[in-house]
Structures are given as structure tokens and as C-alpha cells.
Design a binder for this molecule. Sequence first.
Ligand code: 8X3
Length: 250
Amino acid sequence: MNKIALITGATSGIGRAVAIRLAQEGINLILCGRRTERLEELKTLLEKQVKIHTLSFDISDQQAVESALNSLPKEWKAIDYLINNAGNAHGLSPVQDGNIRDWDAMLDINVKGLLYVSRNILPAMIARQNGHVINIGSIAGKETYPNGNVYCASKAAVQAITDGMRMDLNPHGIKVTGIHPGLVETEFSVVRFKGDEERAKNVYKGIDPLTADDIADTIAFVLSRPSHVVLADIVILPTAQASATIVNRK
Ligand code: 8X3
């Protein structure tokens, strides 16, 4: 039986690229996201290569997470790789002007959603004494930047949870990897700026940003290491970026 990976946030950006990349590796996929149409489109694209199961649910709704994951047929329950990718930024403004709904969304999706999914899936990995969790953090979790406040906090939480998972899962032989990208050009900034395409484009102006495929390649490499090797924590930046705020624009 081929390996099984569950990917959250698989409908776009990094999640979608990871799905396409892992299908090339022959890994069967559970694709999770909110947008059913996009999940079905991706399923149609990939099901010639591997088996695909789709789960459409809102990761910030704990009941929805439980019922979706509990509905997995028996043959899909032995998940080898959990890719906690779902995450968004909403807004970029001083904390004193922050939009509370944006804060709730970022903490609910980026932090609590990751925890809800992991809490459901980890017991089966522990029972099998086998598995690999990959959490997508951010350079924003390593360094806070101006106006990033709550988004940076959510990604700092992902870093802390990742480190905690590695400790807690250590006795069970489960690998835990944190991947922390810098500037990756996806719909990320369009979402952050609520559809303002011009402002989103400026984030990547004058540089050659990372692509979602760059992150997917990294994840394929991480998963391809022998069983005694875990890449624990990876920061991946475009060459033009030196830190969260130092970017060499041409
Ligand atoms: C995405 C990277 O620098 O835009 O998490 O926050 S950044």
C-alpha cells in the first residue's frame, strides 16, 4: 500500500503545489480545504496518478474538523504524512488599528485549526509508531515585523507548537518538521490585502520571489530522507531576502 498524506489548505498556493508534487512521488492524498469545487478540480487532475480522497470543511470549526476527519473510510485512516499547511494573513496594520475579526480568523485558522487537525490525527500515528508531521510556519514566526503583530504571533505559535510536537512525539518515533518560508508569491498577499491586487503585487516587486513549487520541492526532499533523519526546522527565503524586513529590490 502506498503512503498516505493529508494536506490542509490544498485548494491553492503551497498546499496545491504540494499535492501535485507528492502525487508525482506516488503518495495517495487526502486533500482538505473549504472550496469543494477546487478540491474536485484537483482530484480530477491527480487521480490518474494516485488515489485521492477529498474532505471539504472549515478548519477553524472544531466540530467540522472532527466530523470530516472521523468520516474517513478505514483505508484512509493510516495517515503517514500530515502536512499542516492551511494558513492565511488578514490585514497588515498597527495593533492599535487592528481588525478584531482578522485577528480571530488568523488565530482560529493558523493556530487552532492546526491543533484541531493534529489532535485528531496524531493518536493513530502514535498507535502505529510511525508518521511525519510537517507544519508550515513562516519567517514571520521567527521575526516580528512592523504591522505584522497578530500574523507574526500566529506563526510564532506554529513554531512553538512544532517544537512541542517534536518533544511530545519523540518517544513514538514520529518525525516533526517546521518549514518557514519568506516571500512566496501565491494568493497570500491578495488575501492579506482583501483583494487589492496592486498592493499584493508590490510585495514581490523587484525580486524573484519563491514559488509554491519551491516549497513543494522542499517538502518532497524532507519526506525522502531515510528513516533515521529528520530535517527539524527549515527557513527558506528567496535569494533577494535576508530577513523578514531586509529585501534587496532591483
Ligand atoms: C509569509 C511571509 O514575510 O509575508 O508568511 O510574512 S511574510
